[in-house]
Design a protein around this ligand. Structure first.
Ligand code: GYE
Length: 326
């Protein structure tokens, strides 16, 4: 053996030993054993709207169908409580965790704690800050919608409807959440390319119907010339419709309301002519989430991001889409 090859052999032996000394697997992710049944956690972020209730129902139904035990927690809108919820699941020794992180940064410690405890964690519906934790490295995968695309789709369709002219009020989702961040980014970029359109105010309504109503009320007073409301979710859009009606304006005529999700009340608002469209963001994660866990247990390498295919609801399909809405 020459000196050079001996050195190379030594270095690779050290690298090999190093990988095992940390207890980490080749890709750094905890494994999931193949078992007949599992005890899994689902850490929900809040339960104050139909979207969340539909998501929880879908997760519970799938667990029941498969005969898995589901440890369910509701963080009631608090990122700090959600971190504690995940820690409690770890303490209870769940096999895997499904997490819908309320905000991008505060949930990083929860993701890392699960990894450290050797429990595979799946992000569903919302993401975490990609510079601080990575799919396929720190958590198994992110399953959810493409929020940037939702924002872009909303923007492009709005430009069409308005013929390139509009004075816009934007109601943002929960501050620091991935859907709020990306729905804003995607939409604002489209509007910036249209000189006839302007966002005159953009404020959070926390994805909440009543907060959306209150914020819309204040913004309409400050900007009576506004003729568009873009809400990051249907709940806030429904709230904004109430604010418009209370202000003596006709939603759908004086002010065009557009949104994201596709909940039943929004489809009804489209049918009633009060809302122009809602870009779909489907909350029924149960089948995809549990299937991903089973495929991971079998040893499949899942992509870092698994994107849902979503539809677009307007007057052409709102009525037909009512039946499977929530
Ligand atoms: O659009 C909203 C919910 O995280 C994608 O959160 C989800 C969003 C959804 O409260 O209605």
């Amino acid at each position: 053996m020459t000196l050079l090859t001996r050195r190379t052999a030594l270095i690779s032996t050290l690298a090999f030993a190093g990988a095992f000394a940390t207890g980490a697997l080749a890709d750094g992710l905890p494994k999931l054993a193949v078992k007949k049944t599992y005890k899994v956690g689902f850490a929900q972020t809040e339960s104050n709207n139909p979207w969340r209730l539909a998501q929880t129902a879908s997760m519970k139904a799938e667990a029941e169908k498969l005969g898995w035990q589901l440890v369910y927690t509701d963080a009631a809108g608090s990122a700090a409580k959600q971190v504690a919820d995940v820690n409690s699941m770890i303490a209870q020794g769940v096999d895997a965790i499904f997490l819908s992180p309320r905000e991008e940064k505060p949930l990083i410690p929860a993701v890392m704690a699960a990894k450290k405890a050797g429990i595979p964690l799946f992000l569903i519906d919302r993401g975490v800050d990609a510079t601080l934790a990575k799919g396929g490295v720190d958590y198994v995968t992110f399953i959810g919608s493409d929020f940037l695309k939702e924002g872009t789709t909303a923007g492009e369709n709005l430009v069409k409807i308005m013929g390139g002219k509009g004075i816009i009020l934007e109601l943002e989702g929960s501050t620091g959440s991935s859907p709020a961040n990306d729905r804003k980014k995607g939409f604002d970029a489209v509007i910036a390319q249209n000189p006839g359109m302007k966002i005159v105010a953009s404020q959070t309504g926390d994805f909440n119907r009543d907060k959306g109503r209150q914020v819309a009320e204040a913004l309409l007073q400050a900007h009576p010339e506004a003729n568009v409301i873009y809400a990051h979710n249907d709940e806030m859009a429904i709230g904004a419709i109430s604010a418009l009606e209370a202000a003596g304006k006709v939603p759908g005529k004086d002010v065009i309301v557009v949104s994201i999700d596709g909940e039943k009340d929004a489809l009804q608002a489209i049918i009633d002519g009060k809302m122009a469209f809602s870009v779909e963001c489907n909350p029924k994660f149960g089948p995809a989430a549990f299937a991903a866990a089973m495929s991971y247990a079998k040893g499949d390498t899942l992509p870092a991001t698994m994107t849902n295919t979503d539809r677009f609801f307007d007057i052409s399909n709102a009525k037909d889409s009512m039946a499977d809405s929530y």
